[in-house]
Design a protein around this ligand. Sequence first.
Ligand code: SF4
Length: 262
Amino acid sequence: MIKDGLLVAQEVEQLNTGSSQQLRVHSIESFGTHDGPGIRMVVFVQGCQFRCLYCANPDTMDVKGGHFLEIEELVSRAIKQKPYFRKKGGVTVSGGEPLLQRSIIKKLFDRLHEENINTVLDSNGRLIDKPAKDLLDVTDLLMLDVKHFNNEWHKKLTRVSNTSTFKVAEYRESTGKPMWLRYVLVPGWSDQEEHLHGLGQHFKNYKTIERVEILPYHQLGVHKWEALGMEYKLKDVNPPDTQILEKTAAIFRNYFQDVRVN
Ligand code: SF4
């Protein structure tokens, strides 16, 4: 079934019926230092239903692309890297959008916990249902990407509504487990002061938000859009300068204790 031009989320997971032990993966990075605490193995899963205008990895969007990897293969790779993880590191699943493969990733996280390996989920909060909650419950740290506080701007930036992203945050808060918010700062698109304050006001009483990361917009993915024959609409938008970044960080610091520019 197609709803609003999107496959419904349940059907995306069914695309992966090759085996209930296989994850549809785009790529894997060893020794990542930008996607969660410490040194991490980062699994970028394939498939995303957002269409962020600035997406640096548009080749991860196709829900039928990528390749399958067995969960045990991923676990054994993680075990090999475990000495480098030390206390803080572990495995991050990013994307693409991990929640589209929530049941399989839950199995992966359960196995990683059996090996005493820390788990991080980097998600745009695309959906929230029972299997998504089950995954969040075995996620040591959730990094939730909030693309915009205002729903109309969110739709302009990503094609879809931000409603479920806020529901995911709400659920995470109800569990008392830690979360970081990530915010991509795009000049002229996501730097409106009223909406930055709106986001701060909305989340200021959340006890589970340990950190807010501002991710400066960049154009590093443009060549991928061109290679895929897709139009990159933000060609004329420059990355934020120091002034915009500092102003945004200062606004967020009114509401959150730990605000960083990543
Ligand atoms: S959510 Fe991430 S992977 Fe999906 S389109 Fe946006 S930037 Fe790309």
